[in-house]
Design a protein. Sequence first.
Length: 579
Amino acid sequence: FHEECAETLSRDSSLMAWWPVAFLRALAQVERPVELDRVPRILRERFPYLSELVERSRSHHTTTLGPTCPYYKQCHFFDSARRAHNADVIIANHALVFQWPQGLPKIRNLVLDEAHHLEERITEAFTVSVSGEDISERARRLGRKKAARSATSSAGDAETIAARVETVFKGDAAALLREDAESVRAKVVQVETVLGVAFGAGGGRGGGFYRADTLSLDPPGAAIAEGVRDRVIDSLRELRAAVDGVATRMEGWLKDMGQSGDGGEDDRAVDILKGYADAFGASRGALDLFLDRGGPDYVRLLHRNARDGAWRLEVTPVDVSGLAAPLFEGKRALVLTSATMTPGQSNPFVLERVGLKDSTKMVQLPSPYQVEKQAQAYITPDAPEPGTPQHLDALVELTARVARALGGRTLLLMTSNVRLREASSRLHAMLKDDGIQVFDSATEQRAAEAFVASDRAVLLGGERYGEGLDIPGPKLTCVILEKIHEGMTRGHLAEARKARARSPIFEYDFPLRMIWLKQRVGRLIRSPSDKGAVIIFDPRVARWSHTSRKVVLNALAPMPVSLVTSGDAVAQVASRYGH
């Protein structure tokens, strides 16, 4: 649908002006209800007005007028709420569960699937975020004037609000609002400038460890000079004051008019005023939290796009074990399920991370498959060091050899889309003469479907293919892992969490990495008749201590594991599973 819209626009540029409206109206016919969060970011960037329409169209318990709205009976939000009240079972994502709307029925029994992501999902639910782009765009809309030469365009929002508040305010309300809006936008630009200095002074990657576009104001690993840190805080305080000014002014007008926000179905001006007051009030609250919530319980992260200077702030909890307690308490039943709840065989890692104590011994069901007979894992100690050009060269060569031996039927899982595209390009050239097709998830949306539909093919996948990919049968016989990934245990938040552990490697690093590993290895055996091999192209495992290697073996159990050279791995895969 999005591709068809883009093609239409390319044929007729005159459609640009009204296309965002047409897009949302068409989307409403394609999807019911419409999930506005799925509107692609690339379209929002190309058509800035689309973001405004999305926000004005959004139905949410904080933005709807309720029964006074003339469209109350047709509202998708209230329709969903009504159906939820009449349902015995509600299927929802983790984010909604942890921010359960008050208007929906109380959850009595809760089943959380894919529970190995529970700490991550709770963290996301309780992270407070604000972006300069959102604040600036809201201020731009508020300060926008009616087009001078347009007889059909409606009055700007400032004029609409001003005309309505004239009963309680005798001055030039529209001029004040535009002044407020300009002040907010100027402070956003000031923050962009200061953050540009901060990221430069922060040394970029923080000793080759952190992402270049993220800094933390809180230890450990703040990677920002104290003087620059103070300038960042000061600029954010000035922005907060500007946002507070416009929010307070609007809240005062609403109070003086005796309005709670229910202006009635025909009072559009009050609706617009209430919307801006709520939005600027929410930004003020997020900035308050960011400025006040330092210390060991939170990490304040600054994200910046070096290309355009856009920035976003986050206040992220370090320890989530107590945050979800109100949701967990009082349940008749709380069930957590996952194929990788533990990093090995017994440690209830996920429960400990989210503050749950199992009332009874954790139930661990055996695999429905005879993994010890159906699969074999190989670890290659002679592989080059991961991350080097030599490692990528050797990985591509090994994948090509395996694919030729198996007639395709190979999945290569990568941890970087840049390396994935490079590997895909090389494999295309290497396997073309063998009649083996190469599909990759970085350039093809339906790569997995194309792989399954092909007789001789190789599939390259990024992180999202490491979980949930289900290809049973003989189409997939070998899974090759680029390396054991450590990305989820790096970064400012991870460092803050590891600082609380007595043994960070074995209490945090290894458990997360082994859960990650088990998920990827689990892509291989998907039915009782499946057979195949996993090749872990990571030589570091062979250099680890006996204790560390034992952790890996426990994670892979009951699958047998062999440390062999790359050549021997290919030979054994060809001998056991080749045509």
